[in-house]
Design a protein around this ligand. Structure first.
Ligand code: GLU
Length: 413
């Protein structure tokens, strides 16, 4: 079972069963509230027209407006976007921010498109989903292959259509138009706090602990930088083009410079080159998958040698792989907890936009750390109490919170 939507629903069903959730809530929460599919016609630089397919899924809005990123990728599908929107509902609930879950995407290959083409595609997509987004309805953010610039185009298009400035319609904006200090690094920083929390909980020292990272985009780079500074040794990193490995440790600053310059981690000199997916199978204390879904499946889970997997990506481990890892005694720190730093600082950004009052970087990271610590403690507490895995505990905690909001609100009509 590798379809992300089947995985998301199965995870939900398992957790709902363990919680003994009422039947009507089970039926309601296992489906998305609303999904919009749009055609996005774009005039390409050579004068031709291409029509891309775009999606926006709002899984649940019981606790607040839908919240979640928009990704540009050739493999985007309806099932993927809907699954990711359900995971966003749980992620927001785990860190207890007052948002529901949403996700969007356009099936396209931005790596072969010009900046102008990406801008026109972004603006037309925004126009097509205009009716269902907004600061009180659904707030997009960056995700795979989208960044602060894409958010600025969405904010501008939405504001032009609205006849006024609406910074709170997206988060992850550039600082000059209402972005938050610390948003760019927030997901990676959340992963970092989660790993610190884990070793504190295990009463283990972090000095010299080894880490491999699959994916060296925004999340992987920021997590690596912070972890290296604290004494962790990053011994292997991959990106879509290949992997590098050096048991003595990689120099993350140098590696980031190379990645920015040539786009390939394999241009880093002082390391052995490996085929891309081999990074998953190297021996390390912690493996951080920070690329796409379903990186670890029943076909390769058996080869994993890391002791702990901290999911920085959304949905990197399939259900079958999860059981194999459990049997092997590998601890998985789940995505909806570990990768929640981004959406937490998105919440801060949205708050700052409403108040038109901006916080310092220090204020942002202190508040982020406090929220990540509380979420970690709550998940661990529930896992111990119910004798379940961290993933099950995180899902149970989240589903309980969302179910309680749905229950109070009742069913319309
Ligand atoms: N795309 C990020 C995620 O998957 C951030 C979402 C947000 O900030 O709304 O968590």
């Amino acid at each position: 079972m590798e379809n992300p939507w089947e995985i998301a629903q199965k995870q939900f069903d398992n957790a709902a069963e363990k919680l003994g959730l009422q039947e009507w809530l089970r039926l309601k929460l296992r489906e998305p509230r609303r999904v919009l599919i749009v055609s996005v016609p774009v005039r390409m630089d050579d004068g031709s027209l291409q029509v891309f397919t775009g999606y926006r899924s709002q899984h649940n809005t019981a606790r607040g407006p839908a919240k979640g990123g928009i990704r540009y990728h050739p493999d985007v599908t309806l099932d993927e976007v809907v699954a990711l929107s359900m995971w966003m509902t749980w992620k927001c609930a785990v860190v207890n921010v007052p948002f529901g879950g949403g996700k969007g995407g356009i099936r396209c290959n931005p790596k072969t498109m010009s900046v102008g083409e990406i801008e026109r595609m972004t603006r037309r997509y925004t126009a097509e989903i205009f009716d269902i987004i907004g600061p009180e309805k659904d707030i997009p953010a960056p995700d795979v292959n989208t960044d602060a610039q894409v958010m600025a185009w969405i904010m501008d298009t939405y504001s032009v259509f609205s006849g006024r400035n609406v910074p709170g319609v997206v988060t992850g904006k550039p600082l000059d138009i209402g972005g938050s200090a610390g948003r760019d690094e927030a997901t990676g920083r959340g992963v970092y706090y989660t790993i610190l929390n884990y070793f504190k909980y295990k009463k283990e020292s972090i000095e010299g602990k080894t880490i491999t990272i699959q994916g060296f985009g925004n999340v992987g780079q920021h997590a690596a930088t912070l972890l290296e500074k604290d004494g962790f040794k990053i011994i292997g990193v991959s990106d879509s083009t290949g992997a590098i490995y050096n048991p003595a440790g990689l120099n993350i600053n140098e590696l980031k410079e190379i990645k920015t310059k040539t786009k390939k981690v394999t241009d880093y000199k002082d390391a052995e080159k490996l085929p891309r997916d081999e990074i998953l199978f190297e021996k390390a204390d912690i493996l951080i998958p920070s690329a796409l879904e379903a990186a670890i499946t029943k076909d390769n889970a058996d080869k994993i040698k890391a002791r702990v997997i901290c999911e920085a990506a959304n949905g990197p481990i399939t259900i079958d792989a999860d059981s194999i890892l459990r049997e092997k005694g590998i601890t998985v720190i789940p995505d909806i907890l570990a990768s929640a730093g981004g959406v937490t600082v998105s919440y801060f950004e949205w708050l700052q936009n409403i108040q038109s009052f901006y916080w310092t970087h220090q204020q942002v990271i202190e508040k982020l750390e406090a929220i990540m610590n509380t979420a970690f403690d709550s998940v661990v507490h529930l896992a111990e109490e119910k004798k379940v895995t961290l993933r099950e505990a995180a899902l149970m905690l989240a589903i309980l919170r969302v179910a309680e909001s749905s229950r109070c609100r009742g069913l319309y009509p």
